[in-house]
Design a protein around this ligand. Structure first.
Ligand SMILES: Cc1cc2nc3c(=O)[nH]c(=O)nc-3n(C[C@H](O)[C@H](O)[C@H](O)COP(=O)(O)OP(=O)(O)OC[C@H]3O[C@@H](n4cnc5c(N)ncnc54)[C@H](O)[C@@H]3O)c2cc1C
Ligand SMILES: NC(=O)c1ccc[n+]([C@@H]2O[C@H](COP(=O)([O-])OP(=O)(O)OC[C@H]3O[C@@H](n4cnc5c(N)ncnc54)[C@H](OP(=O)(O)O)[C@@H]3O)[C@@H](O)[C@H]2O)c1
Length: 444
């Protein structure tokens, strides 16, 4: 590759942003990565369950290689959004020819239920960030009780159940699922981490209760139950007495409790199953009941951050329905439905484009495709003149207005400090859990 000809800002250094950055440099762009967190990696660093050390180490090595690319600069601890350190318009006005937004799904999906603000009600992302040691979540106390209702049936629910059962060793984890056992989204591998705590009599009773609904929707409960139980032979040995059980066909309608004592129950509406155009939907029956719980955790996916100021639909930033630079028929171009116009020079990828959808590999592919779309756009533009000067001026301005911008040199110091601590303690990894500790290690 020759000298870079274009200047692109990538906002977010999770898997989508990092893999996009590499592809962009291969196509002749100079990339500046802006990242809210000090460290790169996004949910690969702060979402994937801590004990998946091999996977995390492998991803970190790939990210490190990308970050070492000469045409990629890194500004960590820089939040781009209204109320942050810099806004999208600043980037567009500072000479960046395109901005690729890969900020993930950082907003909370509120169901607007009565009681949703009570003490003891949490959203999974915050707990996930807490146990993965992302400041400031790592420094907050999450008061988890003995009986925890977890709403949702995806792999995030399984990660939360894993934490509650194996780390917090709570008495009971009740998974509240709005559809039936055939519609759960978690994988068998994740069930293996907590399957040893599954209370089989409770599961039998629950299958018996929901079988008529399943049969009415054309499902065979015996087949679905066998799939459910197939993870158990490989389940890892239990480390707690936690009772792990499911409540199917139940949609939360209210969280009961008070401000002094917190949550005491989750009120749910019973559902039946309805087959519509090949999809199974939940339909409320009007019957309600209460599930005793002192903590409720919503693991129902997330939404994007409103403060970024790009229109949102279906929990993600809106992409143009008429892309000028589609890749694989997918639109990566930000769009304003109010004006029916694209948001010029702004592109989307990863969970910012499709909130809470897919694994790291999916985010990687999305980032790489978005980079192709950005490059296709850039090729319609004249190459940038005086690029080095522009980059220097921008970097100088940012460092002048924001005193704790983390660059690649700082990250190397942080990595060395954490590795030294791990070695001292004789553990495979060590993470500094507060910004202050990290800044000290980086020499601020
Ligand atoms: C709990 C959990 C566990 C998971 N476990 C696995 C697993 O085991 N295996 C697997 O393959 N996948 C797993 N995934 C999925 C995987 O983590 C995602 O597919 C992937 O991380 C999405 O990548 P992304 O880059 O789009 O977003 P993210 O990874 O969320 O990255 C977003 C980045 O943007 C930055 N950012 C956010 N807002 C701003 C802003 N305003 N300004 C600047 N920067 C900003 C953040 O700091 C972050 O670095 C898991 C997901 C979750 C939630
Ligand atoms: N170990 C891993 O590999 C791992 C770990 C964590 C996450 N991930 C990945 O990250 C992505 C996101 O995971 P996720 O678990 O957040 O999402 P998910 O797989 O989409 O699951 C979300 C769950 O929440 C339920 N839900 C959504 N809205 C609801 C509402 N209003 N009321 C009640 N229930 C509601 C959904 O039910 P319906 O089905 O009825 O909509 C579904 O059961 C997935 O691709 C997942 O595989 C992977």
């Amino acid at each position: 590759m020759g000298d870079p000809q274009y200047m692109v800002a990538v906002v977010g250094a999770g898997p989508a942003g990092l893999f996009a950055a590499r592809k962009l440099t291969e196509g002749g762009a100079y990339v500046i990565l802006f990242n809210r967190d000090i460290k790169p990696g996004g949910l690969a660093e702060y979402g994937i369950y801590p004990d998946k050390l091999k996977m995390k180490t492998g991803l970190r090595a790939q990210f490190k290689q990308i970050m070492a690319t000469p045409g990629i600069d890194y500004f960590g601890n820089v939040t781009v959004c209204s109320g942050g350190n810099i806004v999208l318009e600043d980037l567009l006005e500072s000479g960046f020819q395109a901005v690729l937004v890969t900020t993930g799904a950082q907003g909370t999906k509120w169901l607007r239920l009565p009681g949703e603000n009570l003490p003891g009600v949490y959203h999974a992302k915050n707990i996930v960030y807490h146990y993965n040691l992302l400041p400031p979540f790592s420094e907050k106390k999450y008061l988890l009780g003995k009986r925890v209702a977890v709403v949702g049936a995806g792999n995030v629910m399984m990660d939360i159940a894993h934490y509650l059962i194996r780390n917090r060793k709570v008495e009971e984890v009740i998974v509240v699922v709005r559809r039936g056992p055939a519609e759960v989204k978690f994988t068998r591998a994740e069930m293996e981490t907590v399957g040893a705590n599954l209370r089989l009599p409770a599961l039998e009773a629950e299958f018996a209760r929901v079988s008529p609904c399943m049969q009415a929707a054309g499902q065979d409960p015996a087949v679905i139950k066998a799939a459910f139980l197939s993870a158990l032979p490989k389940a890892i040995p239990p480390v707690s007495q936690t009772c792990f059980r499911f409540e199917f066909l139940a949609s939360p309608v209210r969280i009961l409790g008070d401000w002094m004592n917190g949550v005491n129950a989750l009120k749910v509406e019973d559902n039946s199953l309805l087959a519509v155009d090949g999809n199974i939907k939940a339909r409320g029956t009007g019957e309600t009941r209460q599930i005793d719980a002192d903590t409720v955790i919503f693991a129902i996916g997330d939404t994007v951050d409103r403060d970024f100021c790009i229109p949102i639909f279906n929990d993600a930033y809106v992409a143009s329905p008429h892309p000028r630079f589609p890749v694989g028929e997918i639109s990566f171009e930000a769009f304003n439905p109010d004006t029916d116009q694209p948001i010029e020079r702004v592109f989307l990828a990863g969970w910012a484009r499709q909130a809470s959808v897919g694994l790291v590999g999916v985010a990687r592919r999305d980032g790489e495709r978005a980079a192709e779309a950005v490059l296709a756009y850039l090729r319609t533009q004249p190459p940038m003149r005086d690029l080095d000067n522009l980059i220097d001026k921008f970097e100088q301005r940012l460092v002048e207005t924001h005193e704790r911008v983390v660059d690649k040199t700082h990250l190397a110091k942080l990595e060395a400090a954490e590795q030294a601590e791990a070695q001292k303690l004789g553990v495979p990894e060590y993470k500094l859990a507060t910004n202050d500790e990290m800044f000290t290690a980086m020499g601020f």
